[in-house]
Design a protein around this ligand. Structure first.
Ligand code: HEM
Length: 219
């Protein structure tokens, strides 16, 4: 333990960040009138971190190619040490997150926390919700089994029915006319690069506004 303190002090003396972090982030009193329903945002964030951590480990083995994707996923579950647990954590965090994000939204609605001056944070939240749904949609294809293939075929076809832009969106998202190798590569890129980056940026904005405005504690 002492060694950690020494490392911390060494970094703190040189970066001079400890004081800023303490004053700006840690030394903020918790407002009165909170209850358990105020935990759902934090739990959602915790699940997001679990998803990111387990997802990063799986990228070490996953191969986004129709020939190998399914075998790679099975390999993670059956052969990689702790692979089944890591995959399970990813799966269950994703499912639980849908529950906690809706409970979080419900709390925000019940407390009227979307009203002025928090409209922008509500909008950031709605965008976050879309991104989380997009994570689910793109991740579903990655095991490349029958269920994943047909769900993506149907899901993308529904997108194609949007008036005017639908056919273009369909082609861009599938990377051609059919669900195939380019669809898998695109979904993988979205799942591990584009969506995490966009989510991280929005979360920074979401948390920044919460720190500036505080939370709504009265009904
Ligand atoms: C990845 C998803 C999300 C995370 C990690 C997250 C996290 C948080 C956290 C930690 C808080 C402060 C504590 C709390 O109220 O629980 C908060 C507040 C807030 N969130 Fe979210 N949130 C997410 C999605 C959403 C969604 C989908 C909406 C609404 C559409 C939303 C709207 C808000 C608003 C308006 C506040 C301010 C609440 C107040 O003033 O009382 N958030 N969020």
């Amino acid at each position: 333990m002492k060694v950690f303190k020494q490392i911390y002090d060494w970094i703190d003396e040189r970066s001079e960040m400890g004081d800023v972090i303490r004053k700006q982030i840690l030394d903020k009193p918790v407002p009165r009138g909170l209850n358990l329903s105020f935990c759902f945002g934090g739990i959602t964030f915790f699940l997001f971190l679990l998803l990111a951590a387990s997802g990063y480990f799986m990228t070490l083995y996953y191969v986004p190619s129709p020939d190998q994707a399914h075998a790679a996923v099975n390999y993670i579950s059956d052969e990689v040490p702790l692979g089944r647990i890591v995959r399970g954590v990813h799966y269950w965090s994703a499912n639980l997150m849908m529950v906690t994000i809706f409970l979080h939204m419900l709390r925000v609605i019940v407390y009227g926390a979307y009203k002025k001056p928090r409209e922008l944070n509500w909008i950031t939240g709605v965008l976050l919700l879309f991104l989380i749904l997009a994570f689910g949609f793109t991740g579903y294809l990655l095991p490349w089994d029958q269920k994943a293939y047909w769900a993506t075929k149907v899901g993308t076809r529904i997108m194609g029915t949007v008036p005017f832009v639908g056919p273009y969106v369909l082609k861009i998202i599938r990377g051609g006319e059919e669900v195939g190798v380019l669809t898998l590569v695109r979904f993988y890129a979205l799942h591990v690069m584009f969506l995490p980056l966009a989510t991280a940026c929005l979360l920074i904005g979401h948390f920044f506004m919460i720190r500036r405005q505080g939370v709504t504690t009265s009904l």
